[in-house]
Write a protein that binds this ligand. Structure first.
Ligand SMILES: [Zn+2]
Length: 209
């Protein structure tokens, strides 16, 4: 018994979503909502006997939210995100720049997550850390006993999320990275794009932020 993870990759930027499951109860949360994953997520939960109880968005850049409205409709569960996502989620196309591949359905969060809040999955508790810099509304979810860190676009293998885009700020990102550098190095980072890493493996550049 423990935590089971299932990764779903969606959209042209190959954005990762994670289904995080408490094995004991089958309760699950979905982290992020990239393009085209809804059918697969719902079928997987049904086949495995998992019950999705919440959808959490790490931030509201378009590639993480294309399926948010569809997933909320398909599961009927609350969608949670940082308060600063609300405006972007209400009119996603207005914030998508020139990159948006298709019209994105607006969605209204059912609740907000701020720094210091918790999200539970069965008997597991994930702490919410607000880490702006790539996006002002960016949060990550951490469970230290299970060594899990769902990092969205804050930390990738070899570097941090883009800070040369509207709403991003390198100085703010550096503050966020210093908070991460103070966490246990054996935390495994599950990023919004690409393969997992650990904070320890990224410590060299993280500490110089
Ligand atoms: Zn992003």
């Amino acid at each position: 018994m423990g935590v089971t993870l299932r990764t779903f990759v969606g959209g042209e930027l190959e954005t990762n979503a994670y289904l995080v499951v408490d094995d004991a109860t089958g309760e699950a949360i979905l982290i992020d909502a990239p393009d085209g994953i809804t059918e697969d997520v719902v079928a997987t939960a049904r086949e495995e006997g998992w019950t999705i109880t919440r959808i959490v968005l790490t931030h509201a850049h378009w590639d993480h939210i294309v399926d948010a409205a569809a997933l909320k409709a398909a599961t009927g569960v609350p969608l949670l995100a940082h308060p600063l996502t609300a405006e972007r989620l209400a009119s996603p196309d207005a914030f998508a720049g020139g990159y948006v591949p298709a019209k994105i359905a607006p969605v209204t969060p059912d609740g907000f997550l701020n720094d210091g809040d918790n999200v539970t999955v069965g008997s597991y508790t994930f702490a919410v850390m607000h880490l702006p810099g790539h996006d002002p509304a960016h949060i990550v979810l951490i469970n230290e006993p299970e060594r899990l860190l769902f990092g969205g676009d804050v930390v990738f293998p070899g570097g941090h999320g883009n800070t040369a885009i509207p709403g991003a700020d390198q100085a703010v990102m550096n503050q966020s990275l210093r908070r991460l550098a103070a966490l246990p190095p054996d935390l495994v980072v599950y990023p919004g794009h690409g393969e997992p890493t650990t904070l320890g493996a990224e410590a060299g550049w993280l500490r110089s932020a």
